[in-house]
Design a protein around this ligand. Structure first.
Ligand code: ATP
Length: 565
C-alpha cells in the first residue's frame, strides 16, 4: 500500500518520532528535532552498524573528528570552489530554487503522465481478460452439459434448449475473438511502455526540443547553459507565483561559513563541515602511524554535517543539519582491485539495507552512474535510491574515488600520505571506496518503509483497523511493552514491574499501566513495538504472562524467564 508523506509526518508528530525544530518560534526552515522514538531509531541504526563494522570486523576502525576544521581542508578537498548548486531566482517573486531540482521535478511529472497512460491500458487489458474468462467459463459449462445429455441418451429432451444456447455461444465466440485481438494489441502497446521506454522517449524528446545531446535523465551533471535552456524551452513555472521569468543559474556554495575568534570581524572564516569524509582523510596518516592498520582497511565515522541547501524539504529528507555515516575503505592503488572492492561494497550495502534495516527490497534501486555523470575523480559511482512517496531519492552514494582525496591533501598539506606495504615493500597512495550513507535519511526511510494500515478481525469477530509500524526488530524503538491488565491490582502491577526491571536492563522497554489493553496494543503497534507482555489474573496464580507479537497479533502464554528477543 502507498501512504503519503503527510500521513507519515502526522504519525511522527503524534507519537513522538520527530518534530519541527524551534517550533514555539514558528520553526526554522525544515529543521527537525528527533523525539524519543526517533532518537531510539537513530541509536539502533548506529549500534547495529557499530556492532557489524567495528565489533565483528577486524579491518575497520572508527573515528570522531571535529566539525570545525582548518579551512585549508576544504580548499584541498575542492569544496570551497566546487561544492555548489545551480541557483535560479524568479524575476517576479524573487523565489530561489535549484535549477537541477526544478528540472528533476518536471521530468518526474513527465514520467508520471506516461505511467498513468500505461496503467490505464493495463486496466483495460485486465478487464478484457476477465470478460474472456467469464465467456470461457459459460461455454465450458454448456459444453459439458451437452456432453452429459448426449452420454445419458437424453439428447431429444434438451435439444431445443441447447440449440439456442449453442447459437448464443457461436455469436459470443465472434465477440470473444475480436476482444482477444484487441487485448493482444493492448498488450503489445503495454509492453512498449515500460519504464525504460518512457525514459528513452523523454530523452529523445528533450534532445529534439531543447537541442542538447543527452544520453540519460540525470540533470545534475548538465552545464548551467543546458539547464537554463531546459527551463526556458519547457517554460517551467516558479512553484510560488507561476511566472516563467527567471535568472540564469549561478553557483551557490552550500557550505555554512562562520567565524572563529572572539572579536567580531577579526576572526578567521571557517566552515561547518559539509561531509564527514574529509575528517577521515586528514586523519589517515596519523591513524596509519599509530594503529596497526594494514591495507585493505577502513575508517568509519558518524556525525553531523551541514549544508546550506537552497530548497530543503520532504520532512527530514533534505535538511540543512543532518547525520552522515561514512566509511573510507583504503585498498591498493590498482584499478582491478579497486573495482572488485567497489562491487563488494555495493553487494554488502544492499545486504545491510535489507537485513540490518529491514527495508523492502522492491523499494530499493542501485543506480550506477553513467560515464558522463561521474565526477572527474571517480572511476565508478552507484547511488542507492529508495522509492519515497514523492518519487525516487538518494539514500547512499558508493564511489570508487581512486587516490584523489589523499593526493589533494598530500599536495596542500605537504604531508606524505603514502602507505608502506610491509610485505611487498611497495610504497603508494592508496585508492579508496567510499560508501556514504545519510543517517537522517535512513531514519526517515525506516519510518516510511515500516508504516502500514491494516483491517483485521478482532477477537469478537468484528472488523477493526490499526496503524502498525512494521519496523525490523533491530530498528524498533521499543522492544517490549509490559502491561498489567488491571491498573489497581497491586499484585499484577508488582509482577509487571519486576518483568520490566529485568528486561529493561538489556532492552528498551515501556511500562504501560493505563489498564486499557486494547488501546495500549494500538499505541504500541503504531510505535512499532514487536512484543507486548500482559500480566493478568492467571499470572498471579501460575506466574505465566501473555506475549503478543506485533505483526501476527498472535498471543502465547509463557513464563517471563523464557522470553527471548
Ligand atoms: P543529494 O543529491 O540528495 O543532494 P548528495 O549526492 O549531495 O545528495 P552526498 O554528498 O553523496 O549526497 O552525501 C551522502 C549522503 O548524505 C546522501 O546519500 C544522503 O543520504 C545524505 N545527505 C546529503 N545531503 C543531505 C541533506 N541535505 N539532508 C539529509 N541528508 C543528506
Amino acid at each position: 500500500m502507498w501512504f503519503s508523506l503527510d500521513t507519515i509526518v502526522a504519525r511522527a508528530k503524534r507519537r513522538g518520532f520527530a518534530y519541527p525544530g524551534s517550533d514555539i518560534y514558528g520553526g526554522l526552515a525544515n529543521a527537525r528535532d528527533l523525539w524519543p522514538y526517533g532518537v531510539e531509531i537513530k541509536r539502533n541504526i548506529e549500534n547495529n552498524r557499530r556492532q557489524y563494522f567495528i565489533q565483528e570486523r577486524e579491518d575497520i576502525i572508527w573515528l570522531d573528528s571535529q566539525i570545525l576544521m582548518n579551512p585549508k581542508v576544504w580548499e584541498a578537498s575542492g569544496h570551497v570552489w566546487g561544492f555548489s548548486d545551480p541557483l535560479v531566482d524568479c524575476k517576479k517573486c524573487q523565489n530561489r530554487e535549484r535549477a537541477d531540482q526544478l528540472i528533476e521535478d518536471y521530468i518526474s511529472q513527465m514520467k508520471d503522465k506516461y505511467k498513468t497512460i500505461a496503467n490505464k491500458l493495463h486496466d483495460i487489458t485486465k478487464n478484457l481478460f476477465k470478460e474472456m474468462d467469464n465467456l470461457e467459463e459459460n461455454m465450458n459449462s454448456t459444453f459439458s452439459a451437452i456432453e452429459y445429455y448426449e452420454n445419458i441418451g437424453n439428447w431429444d429432451f434438451a435439444k431445443d434448449f441447447f440449440t439456442q444456447e449453442k447459437e448464443e455461444i457461436d455469436k459470443n465466440l465472434k465477440t470473444h475473438k475480436n476482444k482477444l485481438e484487441q487485448a493482444k494489441e493492448y498488450i503489445i502497446i503495454l509492453e512498449g511502455i515500460k519504464e525504460w521506454w518512457i525514459d528513452e522517449f523523454i530523452i529523445r524528446f528533450i534532445r529534439w526540443w531543447v537541442k542538447i545531446n543527452i544520453t540519460n535523465l540525470n540533470v545534475w551533471s548538465r552545464t548551467f547553459d543546458q539547464q537554463f535552456a531546459f527551463l526556458q524551452k519547457f517554460k517551467i513555472k516558479c512553484p510560488k507565483c507561476w511566472s516563467v521569468a527567471r535568472t540564469e543559474p549561478k553557483k551557490f556554495n552550500l557550505m555554512f561559513k562562520t567565524q572563529q575568534g572572539i572579536i567580531e570581524g577579526e576572526g578567521t572564516d571557517i566552515y561547518l563541515r559539509p561531509e564527514t569524509a574529509q575528517g577521515i582523510f586528514v586523519n589517515f596518516k596519523n591513524i596509519l602511524d599509530t594503529t596497526r592498520s594494514r591495507i585493505p582497511f577502513g575508517i568509519w565515522q558518524i556525525g553531523k554535517s551541514f549544508r546550506n541547501e537552497i530548497t530543503p524539504g520532504n520532512f527530514m529528507f533534505r535538511v540543512r543539519e543532518f547525520y552522515q555515516m561514512e566509511i573510507e575503505y583504503f585498498v591498493e592503488n590498482n584499478e582491478e582491485i579497486g573495482l572488485k572492492a567497489f562491487e563488494e561494497w555495493k553487494a554488502l550495502s544492499k545486504k545491510r539495507w535489507i537485513e540490518e534495516m529491514g527495508i523492502r527490497e522492491n523499494k530499493l534501486k542501485f543506480r550506477d552512474h553513467d560515464k558522463d555523470e561521474l565526477s572527474f575523480y571517480s572511476k565508478w559511482t552507484c547511488d542507492v535510491e529508495y522509492e519515497f512517496p514523492w518519487g525516487r531519492g538518494e539514500l547512499q552514494g558508493i564511489a570508487y574515488r581512486t587516490d584523489y582525496d589523499l593526493k589533494q591533501h598530500m599536495e596542500h598539506s605537504g604531508k606524505d600520505m603514502q602507505y608502506n606495504d610491509p610485505y611487498t615493500g611497495k610504497r603508494y597512495v592508496p585508492h579508496v571506496i567510499e560508501p556514504s550513507r545519510g543517517l537522517t535519511r535512513a531514519i526517515l526511510t525506516a519510518m516510511i518503509d515500516a508504516y502500514d494500515e491494516e483491517i483485521y478481525t478482532d477477537g469478537n469477530g468484528n472488523e477493526a483497523s490499526r496503524v502498525v509500524a512494521r519496523f525490523h526488530k533491530n530498528i524498533a524503538p521499543i522492544k517490549f511493552a509490559i502491561m498489567p491488565l488491571v491498573k489497581k491490582d497491586e499484585k499484577m502491577v508488582a509482577i509487571a514491574r519486576d518483568i520490566y526491571k529485568k528486561l529493561s536492563k538489556k532492552y528498551m522497554c515501556e511500562f504501560d499501566d493505563s489498564g486499557n489493553i486494547g488501546k495500549s496494543y494500538r499505541r504500541q503497534d503504531e510505535i512499532g513495538t514487536p512484543y507486548c507482555i500482559t500480566v493478568d489474573h492467571q499470572s498471579i496464580e501460575d506466574g505465566t504472562v501473555t506475549i503478543r507479537e506485533r505483526d501476527s497479533m498472535k498471543q502465547e502464554r509463557v513464563k517471563p524467564e523464557d522470553i527471548i528477543f
